[in-house]
Ligand binder design. Structure first.
Ligand code: SAH
Ligand code: SF4
Length: 381
């Protein structure tokens, strides 16, 4: 079977090159062609010896999942749906801002954590993505956007692992993918601009701190275990004291001097001023006080099966005020891409109906990417 070169970080690619009798520096050249130039055709890699190109054509390929659809929001957000086979599809979302371009990436098809307020969680777990399937989302988006915008320099400056899935439950594939993002020969993103978001897989947070300490976001959503057990079932295994203890340990390795704590605002569930005060009291017990974290309040994006509602704006404000009064840096997340269902927790809303996915897949096979990210789907923008 041919090796998919999108599966390798630079060390992995060097090992692959050694396996076909090539020197390690060839791996660097090849890696740059793939990730910096977006090239998927070995014959176009003109500074590689013809003999190497021939060898690669036999033993390797550069294969990204097929693009199923692309939707562009009025606010500039773009959502792509990729076919990862077996009836599964995953999404990536590009969010342009004045000072940065952020890509939100998926790590799994579905998710096993099953949070009450998350449509991916409701869908259940299908499978882990491979490194290639994670990296492909960035590879595709970056080179598609450069072409689309007519830009030769980097478009995506930040990556957040906040799409579908729990990245720390797919650790083996995640780490090489992060290394590709950080590599100077790859996307050259700084550790501060690559964020892993987790619902709190405590032992794996410690491993991440040692192996690849990128910026960390922790999905908290509740000020006490009783409520968090109901919203984020993983809390039964790793309760708040353990989770916040892991945050404390992570801080020693984190590329920023804070951890982002995400809190999804659910009407009448976790959004009272008393709960904000309780939360502030809890957080003050860790890492020497209030300065170690930043609260990011996410207005809940409803989906039909959840049976939950978003807190009214004035309640979100009151909750934020109470946290700030207690000395906690607090922001309210702006919802982007709502007209195309690209906001947090709405990803794969469509995918829940697998029949429709199959139907679309058979209709849309023609958008399969055959030669690198020169997306034909550009036409729908
Ligand atoms: N599994 C990881 C990363 C993916 S979810 C995690 O849970 O952190 C990314 C973020 O979106 C999390 O903070 C999650 O709580 C939030 N989220 C999920 N569903 C949401 C919804 N319906 N509305 C708003 N935010 C949601
Ligand atoms: Fe999984 Fe994150 Fe959704 Fe929870 S919020 S179900 S951990 S993707």
């Amino acid at each position: 079977m041919k090796a998919n070169l999108l599966d390798f970080d630079i060390e992995g690619l060097a090992a692959f090159c050694a396996g076909i009798g090539e020197k390690p520096f060839r791996a660097t050249q090849l890696f740059r062609w793939i990730h910096q130039r977006g090239e998927a055709d070995f014959s176009a890699m003109t500074d590689l010896a013809k003999s190497l190109r021939d060898k690669l054509a036999v033993s390797a390929h550069i294969a990204a999942p097929a693009l199923l659809s692309q939707h562009a929001s009025v606010d500039g957000t773009i959502k792509w749906l990729f076919d990862v086979g077996g009836g599964d599809a995953v999404e990536a979302v590009f969010i342009p801002e004045t000072d940065r371009g952020t890509l939100c990436i998926s790590s799994q098809a579905g998710c096993a954590v099953g949070c009450r307020f998350c449509s991916t969680g409701h869908q259940g777990f299908s499978r882990n993505l491979s490194t290639a399937e994670i990296v492909s989302q960035l590879w595709f988006a970056e080179h598609f956007l450069r072409k689309h915008l007519g830009q030769s320099t980097r478009v995506i400056s930040n990556v957040v692992m906040m799409g579908m899935g729990e990245p720390l439950q797919n650790y083996a594939a995640l780490i090489p993918a992060l290394r590709v993002m950080l590599s100077d020969h790859g996307y050259g993103l700084s550790r501060r601009r690559v964020t892993v978001s987790t619902s709190g897989v405590v032992p794996v947070m410690d491993r991440l701190a040692g192996d690849c300490p990128v910026a960390l976001a922790v999905s908290l959503h509740a000020p006490d275990d009783l409520l968090r057990n109901q919203l984020v079932p993983l809390n039964l295994k790793y309760p708040l004291a353990e989770l916040l203890g892991a945050c404390e340990r992570y801080l020693a390795h984190a590329p920023r001097d804070f951890i982002t704590l995400e809190y999804c605002m659910l009407d009448g569930v976790n959004d009272s001023v008393e709960q904000a005060q309780q939360l502030a009291g809890l957080l003050a017990q860790y890492a020497g006080g209030a300065d170690w974290c930043k609260l990011n309040l996410i207005p809940f994006n409803p989906f039909p099966a959840s049976g939950l509602l978003c807190s009214p704006p004035q309640q979100v404000q009151a909750f934020a005020q109470a946290l700030m009064a207690a000395g906690l840096t607090t922001t309210i997340r702006k919802t982007r891409g709502q007209d195309i269902d690209a906001a947090c927790g709405q990803l794969a809303g469509d995918v829940m109906d697998r029949t429709r996915v199959h139907e679309r897949m058979s209709n849309q096979r023609t958008v399969r990417l055959v030669r690198g990210p020169t997306a034909r789907a550009g036409a729908v923008l």
